[in-house]
Design a protein around this ligand. Sequence first.
Ligand SMILES: [Zn+2]
Length: 378
Amino acid sequence: MHLSKEILNYIESHNQEAIDLLIELAQIPAPSNHEEKRATFCKDWFKTQGCKNVYIDEALNVIWPIGVTDDNPVAVIMAHSDVVFPDTTPLPLAIAEGKIHCPGIIDDTANAVALMMAAKYIAQNNLLPKGMGVLLVVNSGEEGLGNLKGSRQIVKDFEGRIKEFISFDDKNSHGVNTAVGSKRYEIEVTTEGGHSFNDFGNRNSIAQLASIINKLYDVTLPPKGKTTYNVGLISGGTSVNTIAQQAKMLFEFRSDERDSLAYMESYLQSVISDFREKGLNISVNLVGDRPCGIEIEHTKQQALESRAQDANKKYYDTAIDFGPGSTDCNIPLSFGIPSICIGCCYGQGAHTREEWMDIDSLDGGIKVAFEMILHYFY
Ligand SMILES: [Zn+2]
């Protein structure tokens, strides 16, 4: 579709309002699983703009259903509220030389603002969706141990009804159309430990955990797709003269191929059971589980991607580099629902405290968001 001159004028005349909204929203802390403050802010904002029946679900998704009945098909468009930063006080924000610096600004606050501005336009003009209902969602739990909580809840609550799924996330140059599945584990070793001199010879949990890690890093990667693994954090022990009684780590593996993900799972389990057979006490706790995709009707997926390419080309004059990724799309892709993740801003430094967004890039991003969303409306 093409945005009319009237809509383009609307977006341009609301540009400062969008920037002001972004500045306000970006400072509200929203660590994964504690998005309450942002969710409440967004819900109130939607209501003030005239969006009806906006609600917050049990996963802390803020949802505006438009033309959604008890059983009609729906399109889902979402952007996530959570950030990777654990801050519970306002996030630091600074504006300099055409950039907004703030942790979480491109991942994913600016994208949420693009979606919200489209919602405002729809509410003000009483637009009606055509062919299917539309869910506009500022969702929770995309990052890390949020474990795609928000996306899971939407796909569960609207099971069998979602025809297309779009997530606005991160910067505009990169897109995701394939799900990288992952599993994340907390693995803990406990031993008898003891005094480093008097009890020398007793098993040391840190040394045992290190042996497990070495074994995990001996894996021969499966040939199908791209598969990775990582020990990201270790902790344990008591003091320099204590044989460590306890040590644990966070371990993950990822792949864009189901079979390869299953291979990594069975390798991990075989390593753990070998060490258990030697009498070691190991607890294994699954802390993250993101599925790979399944086969998707090619023409429908292609149509969705080319709509995004057209919009991006128009307003940014670049192509989106689509590839595999771990995003909110993992859940719908695992059900065979055509899904893409694209960005509505430009900046750098996602997941670092130096994250910034180019202020001028928001205008094009809002236009991309309008074009993608208004596709579903008369
Ligand atoms: Zn994100």
